[in-house]
Design a protein around this ligand. Structure first.
Ligand code: ADE
Length: 340
């Protein structure tokens, strides 16, 4: 009864109320691809109560129609999404096309997040970054008017027809990073409250939607974690071992507190504006060795001192000594209060 929900997932039912007619879904360009599946942009007609309206959505599917492992993983993900319910800081389920599962096709419809994943966004906006830190690594106060959040910062630009339109300016500030850190902690607090482990929390798995809202995506990895070498094979030269807690690396133990470790690495990614963690260290055995000897990453240039302290707390050897997502969310909330 206290096992994470992933271990009970086979027993979760599929709720037919989520079924969406395949003919009202038009698939478009590819948005992303992983080791199991891919995500495409799509147009859905008449989702939920909006009868005639067309909505842009994201659709997850397996790469191949005959990959049973991938299909199994996607079915699990769908079941977790149904079980989970919705939260602002999670990429929510909108529907599913399950009629052709026997032919190898399962389409899982989720919210579309216009600005893509945080890792790419950070890298693409490095040049427009505005720091709000003083020379000692603390937030400057009283600069609200000077450097608003991106969500509030609107620019007038001229469109193709020569008309002025309001557009989101492409700036990125310390305050945006803090707001994202807060929202991710909230999304993770929600997953934790539902006993869902993420298992692969990283900037590449957090998506940016309108109005500065960020959403945690691609959770429910526990089943994939049964295959312990999954992590090293994944990605193109990326080593997801860099996001894994020490106990996950050495003993294959995953918990909400190992997600907290990954959250610390995600904070490091945010405040380094999308750098690859542990630069130059690419061997799993070497990483384990230095972590066991107490080595931790240095403070990224753009991190407030407060956030660096929080990162190092997330990387404590003893999982129970790390803060929980409830605490992280509260700590960041308190830190933000005088700034808003
Ligand atoms: N890439 C992967 N998933 C996505 C989503 N839901 N929205 C936008 N881009 C994505």
């Amino acid at each position: 009864p206290d096992l994470p929900i992933e271990y009970q997932i086979e027993f979760l039912p599929y709720d037919k109320r989520w079924e969406f007619p395949r003919h009202r879904l038009t698939l478009g360009i590819q948005l992303g691809t992983g080791c199991f599946g891919r995500v495409v942009k799509a147009e859905a007609i008449g989702l939920k109560d909006s009868k005639e309206t067309v909505k842009t959505v994201a659709v997850k599917m397996t790469k191949s129609l005959s990959d049973v492992v991938a299909m199994d993983a996607l079915i699990s993900e769908l079941k977790i999404l149904i079980y989970l319910g919705s939260h602002l800081n999670v990429v929510n389920l909108l529907g599913a096309c399950t009629k052709d599962i026997a032919k190898g096709e399962l389409l899982v419809i989720v919210e579309y997040c216009r600005f893509g994943n945080l890792q790419s966004y950070l890298i693409n906006h490095r040049n427009q970054f505005i720091t709000q830190l003083d020379e000692f690594g603390n937030m400057k106060s009283g600069i609200d008017a000077e450097h608003p959040n991106i969500s509030e910062h609107l620019d007038l630009t001229v469109n193709g027809e020569g008309r002025a339109v309001q557009q989101q300016a492409n700036t990125l500030s310390t305050r945006d990073l803090i707001s994202w850190a807060f929202q991710i902690a909230r999304g993770m607090e929600y997953l934790t409250s539902k006993k869902v482990l993420h298992g692969d929390l990283a900037a590449r798995n957090v998506l940016l939607a309108d109005d500065g809202v960020v959403k945690v995506a691609d959770f429910g990895m526990a089943r994939k974690m049964y295959y312990s070498d999954y992590y090293e094979k994944k990605g193109q030269g990326l080593l997801p071992v860099k996001w894994m807690a020490i106990e996950s690396l050495t003993d294959n133990i995953f918990s909400s507190q190992s997600d907290v470790w990954s959250y610390g690495v995600l904070l490091w990614e945010l405040f380094s504006l999308g750098k690859l963690p542990y630069p130059g260290r690419n061997a799993k055995f070497e990483l384990i060795k230095v972590l066991q000897n107490g080595y931790r990453m240095e403070k990224p240039d753009n991190a407030p001192n407060f956030f660096y302290e929080m990162m190092t707390d997330c990387w404590k050897l003893e999982p129970n000594e790390r803060p929980t997502f409830v605490q992280l969310q509260q700590m960041i909330g308190n830190y933000m209060e005088p700034l808003t």
